[in-house]
Design a protein around this ligand. Structure first.
Ligand code: ADP
Ligand code: ASP
Ligand code: MG
Length: 411
């Protein structure tokens, strides 16, 4: 008998029929004698609607009330799934974040889980019940509802699996596992049998939204085996686990893209010590993460500075930067929301030269202009015009021979 956490994403619970289908799957696991905790997302599209409503109501809505609004989609699905399980004759009880409780810090809209109390869940499991937990939400130490950032139900599931010392965390979604790139835009994408925490972390943080980055951090830290599978088929999924010898030692293991960033450029920034710190401090204070930063070499004691932030933070970031630009007597502030970041990821890159030039040549051949570049030991990212995203992903996937035919399956 095992303790299993299963998470079903938005598409998997998109309507009542699908919720019934999820209930049948959960029931099958329960019937095998396992203890089951299910985490669900809101119905697909629901959280977007709630975010829109908040944005229509107030200019910068993020704060306590924003999380009160955007967390509600999951309340519907936990209730419906519990009803569906009861309809099949199983004992089921739903829990909102605060009822578990899942305790977080108070960074509304991107809160981090600090602690999960497990007594309530264990007591329901002991009674033989299936426990259904709302993904994406928690409660801070003052009793305020918080949310964990978009895609946060993955993190709820993995964090629960870690806290409950579950045997496995199964993530059920609308694709059959983790692929070399998004199978929805590259039909040639190849499903991976296994992927290491580190590579998955890199892929997730660069846009492969099949798992939220924080969920992979949790999995790695607490050594939780994560199985990514389809909620619609019985195909074997992808195991996210510790690196082992059977894993591929390829130079590039995946291609990712992120259309969720925007670019801000400050022209004619005075080239003096302390200026960059002045520009970024207000952003840090507003809890806005800056991703790529590029500063040009200065000529005539001025320089241009460009950086990217998530689209959700863009308006606020622009407002803050425009304020500081005036104070430091910089030039114009320019912005662009029609960008995408395309990246190639692979642990093998560490020891191979020429990967970057191959990437740039491949994009040049298609006439794709590169606006910004950033690299780490195991990834190279390029910011491009958003309209070339799919094309860039496909040609890079092909150039690095990641497709179905070219690479032999690992054992
Ligand atoms: P859920 O609602 O189940 O949480 P998401 O939409 O958050 O599902 O994540 C699944 C989606 O992730 C897939 O439909 C796919 O388009 C996208 N995706 C992006 N990169 C990858 C990848 N490398 N492997 C699998 N799916 C990916
Ligand atoms: N419903 C939330 C979202 O759409 C959380 C999730 O789906 O994981 O971001
Ligand atoms: Mg998701």
């Amino acid at each position: 008998m095992a303790l299993i956490v299963q998470k079903y994403g938005g598409t998997s619970v998109g309507n009542v029929e699908r919720i019934r289908n999820v209930a049948i799957r959960v029931a099958q696991t329960k019937k095998k004698g396992h203890k089951v905790i299910v985490v669900v997302s809101a119905m697909s599209g629901e959280t977007n609607k709630l975010v829109d409503l908040a944005n229509q109501t107030k200019e910068f809505p993020i704060g306590r009330e924003y999380d009160v609004v955007v967390s509600t989609g999951e309340q519907v699905t936990i209730g419906l799934l519990s009803l569906a399980l009861q309809d099949l004759g199983f004992g089921a009880k739903s829990f909102l974040g605060y009822q578990v409780p899942i305790i977080t810090d108070n960074a509304f809209s991107k809160a981090r889980i600090e602690e999960i109390e497990t007594a309530n869940i264990f007591s329901e499991l002991k009674k033989g019940n299936i426990v259904v937990v709302a993904g994406f939400q928690g409660v801070d130490r003052n009793g305020n509802i918080t949310t964990l950032g978009r895609g946060g139900s993955d993190t709820t599931a993995v964090a629960l699996a870690a806290a409950l010392k579950a045997d496995v965390c199964e993530i059920y979604t609308d694709v059959e596992g983790v692929y070399t790139t998004d199978p929805n835009i590259c039909p040639d994408a190849r499903k991976l049998k296994k992927v290491s925490y580190d590579e998955m972390l890199e892929m997730a943080s660069l846009g492969a939204k099949v798992l939220q980055t924080r969920s992979v951090e949790f999995a790695k830290k607490y050594n939780v085996p994560v199985m990514v599978k389809s909620s619609f088929t019985d195909a074997e999924g992808t195991l996210v686990t510790k690196e082992d010898k059977s894993m591929e030692k390829v130079i590039v293991s995946g291609v990712t893209y992120n259309k969720d960033e925007a670019k801000i450029t400050i022209a004619r920034v005075p080239d003096r010590p302390g200026i960059a710190a002045k520009l970024f401090a207000p952003l840090t204070k507003a809890n806005i993460n800056v991703d790529m930063i590029v500063q040009n070499v200065s000529h005539d004691t001025y320089t241009d500075l460009t950086f990217t932030v998530s689209k959700a933070d863009f308006k606020k970031a622009l407002q803050l930067v425009e304020k500081t630009a005036k104070v430091i007597k910089a030039g114009k502030v320019l912005s662009d929301t029609s960008i995408a970041k395309v990246s190639i990821v692979g642990a093998g890159m560490r020891s191979h030269a020429g990967v970057a030039s191959k990437m740039f040549e491949t994009m040049a051949k298609e006439g794709i202009n590169i606006q910004m570049i950033s690299t780490s030991e195991i990834k190279i990212s390029a910011v491009i015009d958003i309209k070339y995203t799919e094309l860039a992903v496909r040609v890079l996937h092909k150039a690095f021979e990641l497709g179905k035919e070219e690479v032999t399956e690992e054992k």
